[in-house]
Design a protein around this ligand. Structure first.
Ligand SMILES: [Zn+2]
Ligand SMILES: [Zn+2]
Length: 97
């Protein structure tokens, strides 16, 4: 089991990522799709994919959510703007950790 305690730049959002196996269970993806380019403001998006239930916010503040026109939900800090997680509503994966 791997456990990561992380947060955004300003500290308003903190989360724990619990991976039931090893850190290898979070598949890292470099995505060049139009949606990721727009969300990351560059030539690609870098994400680590895992089951949504493995990510738990530990602060009382909840993330802001932006839903892109393709249905991808992007969770980010409303204060510093750091992107924390992205997910499609029909998939049970979370990323951008
Ligand atoms: Zn923040
Ligand atoms: Zn993408």
């Amino acid at each position: 089991m791997s456990n990561f305690n992380r947060g955004c730049t300003c500290g308003l959002l903190r989360y724990i990522l619990d991976l039931p196996g090893s850190s290898d269970d979070a598949r890292t993806t470099l995505c060049h799709c139009h949606s990721c380019k727009r969300a990351f403001g560059g030539a690609f998006g870098l994400t680590a994919k895992t089951a949504k239930e493995n990510l738990k916010y530990t602060t009382s503040t909840t993330p802001k959510v932006f839903v892109q026109d393709n249905g991808v939900h992007r969770e980010f800090c409303g204060q510093c703007g750091v992107l924390i997680s992205s997910m499609r509503s029909r998939l049970k994966t979370s990323s951008d950790l």
